[in-house]
Design a protein around this ligand. Structure first.
Ligand SMILES: *[C@@H]1O[C@H](CO)[C@@H](O)[C@H](O)[C@H]1NC(C)=O
Ligand SMILES: *[C@@H]1O[C@H](CO)[C@@H](O)[C@H](O)[C@H]1NC(C)=O
Ligand SMILES: *[C@@H]1O[C@H](CO)[C@@H](O)[C@H](O)[C@H]1NC(C)=O
Ligand SMILES: *[C@@H]1O[C@H](CO)[C@@H](O)[C@H](O)[C@H]1NC(C)=O
Ligand SMILES: *[C@@H]1O[C@H](CO)[C@@H](O)[C@H](O)[C@H]1NC(C)=O
Ligand SMILES: *[C@@H]1O[C@H](CO)[C@@H](O)[C@H](O)[C@H]1NC(C)=O
Ligand SMILES: CC(=O)N[C@H]1CO[C@H](CO)[C@@H](O)[C@@H]1O
Length: 833
């Protein structure tokens, strides 16, 4: 509510701004100081106070400091003509009226002063909570350093500590100005690997670049937050591949989206666009901007977009890269703005330098879809350094309480952040290195046995390839056979596209329908996934895992042939397509099937197998809506008995990723349980797990769902098509299960076996109620039904591997670790309700 009215106030202010052309945002804290000056200085309509007549809310503790000024005929900008020279640790302390983000801007220019050699000054600057500059030596020309800090206390102490042989520090001017709370959110997306990043809210940031693509320089007087935006020409690698477009008056803002304070209209209303050079030999190319950065730290990269170029919605489709990795793949701006054109949006990313020599590059390039015209735009870009190292010093103003405790806490916090950053970096590097040292050519997978040219699918015409260690790999098909089965990889037979490549429908010579996944031979990741999938799927057979029929590794091909799943993905039955609605029972049954498949993966062989990419798009339905788990490309064998986890780079899909896995990079089966919990919510609510078009608090389904579950009102967000048909008892059981799956810590999450049992139980509750209310007789029937299953389970528990190896057995064949006493205690409890 508070946020709403605040936004309304902002809106009114910006509306007022339109009328009176005053600034849109009034900062609660607004300190502007012209350091070393004995008179006020007005710059761009803002008054910088004289350093000698400061208000009582600013305390300077600067023993032995002196004011110096440049020669009378200096032509440097006004704020850079005076300085306060500090020859001992010194501080400026500001009273803060409203906690939250503030810009701290420091101005430096070592002009020639008579009394001191400012060029020799070397010093560090910190606040009581964050290091700002370490061993800093101002350059030869005027420069402003801008930091964005989330201040939590009632004061900000900026401390300068001289560190060079000259024992000097100085500052020309300072600003401490409030920033709207929603300017920097808490979350962003990491690029390598792709995933969520949380924790920006408390992160100190230093602005490194702020660029207006395709437009002019925007100065402090044209920006509601007095920022400076540079033109992009000097950062373009090849300026002749792009054109500039401007349509400033068209810019619109959507509710809950960026405002004038996010970036001025001059930024959103101008862009750099892929040039229309379709006459040249290669009409498809990228436009790249390159920035010098330090190789070590992480950066927050904010990309601003506003489709001022399209004539109609949904026509512009393009890719955005940070370094060589996708930041936004097949970006469709209209879908982020509910279809409206010329509407401002931005996306935040966290990345390291994209080149070890200290470069960060951002590119836009055409869509991979050959039917889409090569086009792409970028309107603005900000690169902010996330400071994670260094120490803080505090020169406490006289009379104020010592804040040692707070300082120590801050240092400890900073160390924790630093450790996290180092981990992130190491793992970023490792990925880079491992990629670098991988051979560029694709080595045929070592499978013995000759290739034959005849085709079969379970018949006797294929070759049963075998490897020494892992037993049978199933059938090895000739390329000719696969080619024929897919009508020469007919594009109109494509039934899906994944990271690995396209999936085609196919019909083998004996009329068996198959799904054929053809990998991109150039993808190294693809090769690993190809191998993993063959190895795993050849070992595992289960009614609820999609079966591998065979593969083809002829030449450079990486082709996998699976059983055909007629009804497609579970996801497509929930939203985004026009399949008939699934009833709550059907949905529960699909979840139960998938849970069985995962439970088998986790427990069906000596070493647990962790799927790592559990999502509704990887759960497929056959003609009878029987659910099977697919896509084992990312799967990993679980921990050895003596370990509790597998350490690994984070992979998986945004929105489903276990936060603990992301934090600690330790993989356990419980990461799959988390992702499965997200799938359960998706099944209940029938909406995407991440929907950036929704209001902020609704974007992430897991968060949104848990909010309602915590209030005991999960029924409020049930798919409208299920209205009234979900029995409250069933929903309650389901909700509790979801909540447990989504526990923050893996140890608090149930095993897949427990999840399975709880879902079975939710189904029983639903059936019991549907079949005539919870009369005594029906309850007894459903208990009888369950007991029968429990007996099956007990039988199954004796030889899980054997049952797993045989796909025909199926049913409740894999509940090996559900304890009988638990089953009954839960039944008894429920009867008591
Ligand atoms: C330099 O400082 C002196 C005394 O502080 C002042 O009188 C003089 O006007 C200043 N010069 C300039 C160029 O500002
Ligand atoms: C000022 O210090 C710089 C760096 O130490 C030095 O290169 C320069 O010669 C000095 N200038 C004067 C006038 O002493
Ligand atoms: C500042 O940090 C606090 C936690 O220390 C957080 O609650 C608050 O939301 C943050 N404010 C902003 C504007 O990010
Ligand atoms: C565009 O840039 C490329 C590479 O710098 C250069 O080879 C080419 O001649 C340029 N084309 C034009 C029309 O300037
Ligand atoms: C690009 O050029 C092609 C042919 O030269 C033309 O059909 C198309 O409209 C142009 N696109 C734009 C955006 O100017
Ligand atoms: C654009 O850059 C990306 C990342 O480096 C690359 O994968 C892609 O092939 C490039 N596209 C074109 C059309 O050059
Ligand atoms: C962004 C930022 O403030 N970076 C600083 C972090 O702290 C180190 C050490 O004090 C400095 O060197 C960086 O300049």
């Amino acid at each position: 509510m508070a946020i709403k009215s605040y936004e309304l106030a902002l809106f009114l202010l910006s509306a007022a701004c339109f009328l009176c052309s005053c600034k849109g945002y009034t900062p609660p804290d607004n300190y502007l100081i012209d350091c070393g000056s004995s008179a006020n200085t007005v710059v761009d309509g803002r008054t910088f106070l004289s350093d000698s007549s400061l208000p009582s809310t600013v305390t300077v503790t600067a023993p032995g400091s002196v004011f110096v000024n440049a020669s009378q005929n200096s032509v440097s900008p006004a704020l850079y003509r005076t300085a306060r020279v500090l020859s001992a640790p010194s501080s400026y302390s500001f009273a803060i009226t409203k906690p939250g983000r503030h810009f701290v801007r420091l101005y430096f220019f070592p002009f020639a002063a008579q009394s001191h050699n400012l060029s020799a000054a070397t010093f560090s600057v910190s606040t009581q909570d964050a290091p700002l500059l370490g061993g800093f030596r101002p350059g030869a020309s005027p420069a402003m350093k801008e930091f964005s800090l989330n201040l939590t206390g009632d004061s900000l102490i900026v401390t300068f500590v001289p560190s060079g042989p000259a024992g000097l520090a100085f500052v020309n001017a300072m600003e401490v100005v409030s920033v709207p709370d929603d300017l920097i959110g808490d979350t962003a997306q990491t690029v390598i690997p792709k995933g969520p990043y949380a924790g920006l809210a408390e992160q100190p940031l230093e602005t490194i670049y702020r660029v207006n693509m395709g437009g002019p320089m925007v100065g402090p007087s044209q920006d509601t937050l007095s920022r400076t935006w540079l033109p992009d020409k000097s950062f373009l690698l090849n300026a002749n591949l792009s054109t500039s477009v401007a349509n400033v008056n068209a810019v619109q803002h959507m509710q809950g989206g960026p405002t004038q304070d996010t970036a001025p209209d001059t930024v959103y209303g101008t862009c750099t666009r892929l040039a229309n050079v379709s006459t040249t030999a290669s009409p498809r190319f990228n436009v790249t901007w390159q920035f010098d950065v330090d190789a070590a730290p992480l950066y927050l990269v904010r990309l601003h977009f506003c489709d001022i170029v399209s004539q109609a919605s949904y026509n512009l489709l393009f890719n955005v890269y940070i370094g060589n990795s996708f930041a936004l793949q097949e970006l469709d701006l209209s879908s982020l703005t509910l279809g409206s054109l010329a509407t401002a949006v931005y996306r935040d990313f966290v990345t390291g330098a994209t080149d070890p020599s200290g470069k960060l590059s951002v590119s836009i390039g055409p869509s991979a879809d050959p039917n889409v015209m090569a086009d792409g735009i970028l309107n603005g870009l900000e690169i902010m350094r996330m400071n994670t190292t260094g120490s803080v010093s505090v020169v406490t103003p006289p009379g104020s309480r010592s804040k040692l405790g707070a300082t120590v806490g801050a240092v400890v916090g900073a160390v924790a952040v630093a450790v996290l950053a180092v981990l992130l970096l190491l793992w970023f590097r490792r990925r880079k290195l491992s990629r670098k040292y991988q051979s560029k050519t694709w080595l045929p997978f070592s499978v013995t046995g000759a290739t034959t040219h005849s085709v079969g699918s379970g018949g006797s015409n294929g070759t049963a390839g075998a490897s020494g260690q892992n037993g049978s790999f199933g059938y090895r098909f000739s390329f000719a056979a696969v080619n024929e089965a897919t009508n020469s990889f007919d594009e109109s037979w494509v039934i899906g596209v994944g990271g690995f490549g396209k999936v085609y429908k196919g019909v083998m010579a004996d009329e068996t329908q198959v799904a054929v996944k053809r990998g991109n031979p150039k993808s190294q990741q693809g090769l690993n996934e190809f191998r993993t999938e063959i190895e795993l799927l050849s070992r595992l057979r289960h009614r609820h895992l999609v079966s591998l029929i065979g593969f083809c590794d002829e030449g450079n091909e990486m082709i996998l042939v699976y059983e055909y799943m007629e009804k497609g993905t579970l996801k497509s039955h929930l939203y985004g397509s026009d399949f008939p609605n699934l009833s709550w029972r059907q949905r529960l049954e699909a979840c139960i099937g998938a849970a069985r498949g995962l439970h088998y993966l986790h427990t069906g062989s000596a070493k647990a197998i962790i799927h790592r990419d559990v999502k509704s798009a990887n759960i497929l339905l056959d003609g009878n809506l029987l659910a099977k788990v697919a896509d084992f490309g990312l799967s990993k064998t679980g921990p050895e008995l003596d370990q509790t986890h597998v350490s690994t780079a984070v992979k998986g899909s945004f929105g489903y990723l276990d936060p603990e896995y992301f934090r600690r990079q330790q993989l356990t089966e419980k990461s799959d349980v988390y992702s499965f919990g997200v799938v359960l919510l998706e099944v209940l609510c029938a909406r995407p797990v991440i929907d950036p078009t929704l209001p902020r608090e609704m974007v992430n389904l897991a968060e949104w769902g848990m909010k309602w579950q915590a209030r005991g009102e999960l029924d409020q967000i049930v798919d409208a098509r299920l209205a009234g048909s979900v029995q409250p008892e069933s929903l309650r059981k389901f909700g509790e299960t979801v909540e447990k799956c989504l526990s923050d810590y893996g140890v608090d999450r149930p095993s897949m076996g427990d999840v399975l049992w709880n879902l079975e139980y939710a189904l029983q509750l639903q059936q019991a109620a549907e079949e005539g209310g919870a009369s005594g007789a029906n309850s007894i029937n459903s208990i009888a039904g369950l007991s029968a299953q429990v007996q099956n389970m007990a039988a199954a528990a004796e030889s899980p591997l054997l049952l797993g190896a045989s796909p025909v057995l199926g049913g409740a064949d894999d509940l090996s670790d559900v304890s009988m006493s638990r089953v009954f205690s839960q039944l008894i409890k429920s009867e008591g309700r």
